[in-house]
Design a binder for this molecule. Sequence first.
Ligand SMILES: [Zn+2]
Length: 246
Amino acid sequence: MTAAPQDQWRLLDVQAHDTRLAQIAHRRRTLPELAEIERVDGRLKLVADDLVAARTVASDIERELKKAEADVEQVRQRAARDQARLDSGQGTSKDLTALQHEIASLAERQSVLEDVELEVMERLEAAQVRIAEVEAEQERLTTELAGFTAARDAAFAELDAEAQRESADRVNAAAGVPADLLALYEKIREQVGGAGAAKLHQRRCEGCRLELNNSEIGRFRTAPDTEVLRCEECRRILVRTGDSGL
Ligand SMILES: [Zn+2]
């Protein structure tokens, strides 16, 4: 293939835009905010599980507390009934003595049940503290996530605008390149990935960084400047410039 040297140089412009576009795409994929979002998102999922568990524990204890309260209330009512009967003074003295014993034993029972109730209340309080802690953590992470998401979106917007400008410049640069040369360039880009053309700089292909051997130097030196050269190593289009060292 042949192409005027100026057209080959234009290909280097197109390549420069493609390189910058690839860099922008790479930065978009590897934004530090993306890793942070993933990390915080993962933490939030765990915290959501923790919250469900903490609320389940609290609601179990609430049920336990209702039962303990009912137990205390039952003993208290029975003691109150006994006390009323005792106060009425009706019944034999044997009955009244039995009532007194029962009232005394109910008081002991009530004291034991009230201790149980108190212990359950303390556990409920601890469970509620735990819920509040997990909710606070959830709120903190949600705020953190919103911050990273906003930073990511701002970075995306900036990179996308940069990519848009670069793409427009690339279109302009490519417009000056003959169609067959551009088609070859695109084909090579697909095949080798990344650059489709590279500068020959100080006898070195800037695409694969390998130095030309003597036979290549000899061949390239005598090749007409309109001949489109290819690197024998990476097959990219090699563009000669003033500092190619030939
Ligand atoms: Zn090469």
